[in-house]
Each structure stands twice: as structure tokens, then as C-alpha cells.
Write a protein that binds this ligand. Sequence first.
Ligand code: SF4
Ligand code: SF4
Length: 182
Amino acid sequence: MSDRRPTTAPSDRTGRATTDAGLAWAVLRGVAKAVRGFSVTFRQIFRKDVTTQYPKEIADLPPRAHIGRHLLNRHENGLEKCIGCELCAWACPADAIYVQGADNTPANRVSAGERHASVYQINYLRCIMCGLCVEACPTRALTLTSNYEMAFETREEAILEKWQLLEPPPPLGTAPGTEEGK
Ligand code: SF4
Ligand code: SF4
């Protein structure tokens, strides 16, 4: 008489079958999700390429886009609008602006007000282009331009002085480094 016995009890076999079915179902669902995911990738192959070839092609900005370097403005008679009040520096959340005010004198009239900025610096390693300084300025001396091409090789270069900020920034695409090989 043989004493071979089933290695697995009937209830165990039922349990394993249930587990196997669950595993197969989970694998199927995983495969279906993968196929659905790859279908997104596959669809992109036939879409038109929309990569902008910057800096050879510079996309137009909205006309009211003020997202770049600041400009210190002058009155039509050439006097600076900045009166050295430091409100922009106080408003700046990144502590990026340094202003030192000085009195205008008959021999040295720089601005239209009583005072002017003898030192005006913006540190572009700190600036986050939030525009709060522009909002705080009582004379509209400070505005943001749309020139976002600001690359620096040293930390010192990233601090723009007043004479630089009084000059309008160059057109987009003309800054050093935006032409290939230059
Ligand atoms: S744009 Fe914002 S972060 Fe930049 S200098 Fe003005 S207030 Fe400061
Ligand atoms: S830029 Fe405007 S807020 Fe800043 S110091 Fe000059 S006048 Fe004052």
C-alpha cells in the first residue's frame, strides 16, 4: 500500500489558485498601464517639432512682458528720475538693491528732485524679478525691460551699477554668447 500523500491540502490548492489568478490580473493591469503610457510617447513621434532654436530664433514676447533687466529712466531733459529715496531697496524681498542718496547742488544737479542716487546697484544673483521695486518707486524711475539675457562669468559682473542701468539693454540676441561660437 502506497503511503504517498498529496503535498498540498485541497484548501491550500484553492488558495494558491486564487493567488495565481490575482497575480496574473495584476501583471495584466501593469502591462495595460505600460502600453497606455508608451502610447503617449509614441504619439509624440508624429507631432510637429516645436523646439525653439534659441538663440538663432528668438520667440516674440508679449508686448507687456516685463521680465528682464531693470532700466533707470530719465526725464526728457536728461535729468534722472531717480531721487535716491531708497524705497525700491526697502521693498525688495531679496535685498538685491543698494542705493546711496546724495543732495543735488546747483553745481551738480543730477535729478529733478532734491536728492539723487549717488550709488545705485542691483545684484542679479539675488534678484527674482518680482517687480516689487518697480511698484514701490514713486517717480517711475525704475522699470523692468524684457531683456532676459543675463549671463555672468563672475559674481562682480552680476552687480550692475547705475551707469549700466541707465543704458537701455541691447536687443535680444545681441548679448555676447548668444551667437554660436562667440
Ligand atoms: S525685481 Fe524684486 S527681487 Fe529684483 S530688485 Fe526688484 S524687488 Fe528686488
Ligand atoms: S529707483 Fe525709485 S524707489 Fe528707487 S531710489 Fe530711485 S526714486 Fe527711489
